[in-house]
Design a protein around this ligand. Structure first.
Ligand code: ZN
Length: 217
């Protein structure tokens, strides 16, 4: 892995920024790709741009506005409320096909820039219930991508089995906890760093950080 090149799917949030640092440690060359699908906060794109710039990572921003056209949701439309799904129902923040499309386009980009590795911050243990964050989906897509382009891509998911506290622990292990805490945007209300403190994303992020700080993980 050390001599290879990787593409990181990068949103400027806590998870993908931690993955970016993980990739920088594990690969010789790293590039990042951010998808613009009219997120509620264009600040998310700015945030990703700034981080990539600061770390000296080549950054690709791809227009994915068709995703919003096809599947309007709480992350792209301010008139749709962010809420947890009822029992057996997906939350309003679920964007159908998002990771399928993102990773597919990341694969096409990887082929173009000669990268064999794809890195994504998806996680099965974060309780979001998104089907396209599950390990089995990633493995299935990995096979499909390889068959579709006759390539030998490897999709890496360093956070797949980590809870939020363990993700903070990983950032800490990489020596980047403070950086991740101060520079990333996870909040649904577009407040950088520790966020608004009230939206589901902030609550989850803070609980994870508290658990990590108190050694409860
Ligand atoms: Zn928030």
């Amino acid at each position: 892995m050390k001599n290879d090149k990787a593409i990181v799917v990068f949103s400027g949030g806590q998870d993908s920024t931690t993955c970016l640092f993980w990739a920088i440690k594990n690969f010789k060359e790293v590039e990042a790709v951010t998808f613009d699908y009219n997120q509620r906060h264009s600040l998310e794109i700015e945030c990703a741009k700034n981080i990539a710039n600061e770390l000296g990572v080549r950054h690709h921003i791809l227009d994915m506005s068709l995703l919003n056209q096809l599947a309007p949701n709480a992350l792209t439309r301010s008139d749709i409320e962010v809420k947890e799904g009822e029992e057996g129902e997906l939350p309003s923040t679920f964007v159908p096909g998002r990771n399928l499309l993102f990773l597919t386009f990341a694969g096409v980009l990887a082929r173009q820039v000669g990268a064999k590795h794809l890195v994504t911050g998806v996680c099965e243990t974060d309780f979001s219930g998104y089907p396209d964050c599950r390990d089995i989906f990633i493995k299935s897509l990995n096979v499909t991508l390889n068959l579709s382009m006759d390539e030998q891509f490897v999709i890496h998911t360093p956070l797949m089995w980590l809870n939020k506290a363990e993700t903070w622990a990983l950032a800490d292990e990489l020596g980047k906890l403070e950086y991740v805490r101060e520079n990333t945007l996870t909040c649904y209300n577009g407040v950088i760093s520790d966020g608004c403190g009230e939206c589901p994303a902030c609550v989850l992020r803070k609980r994870g950080l508290d658990d990590f700080t108190n050694g409860r993980f």
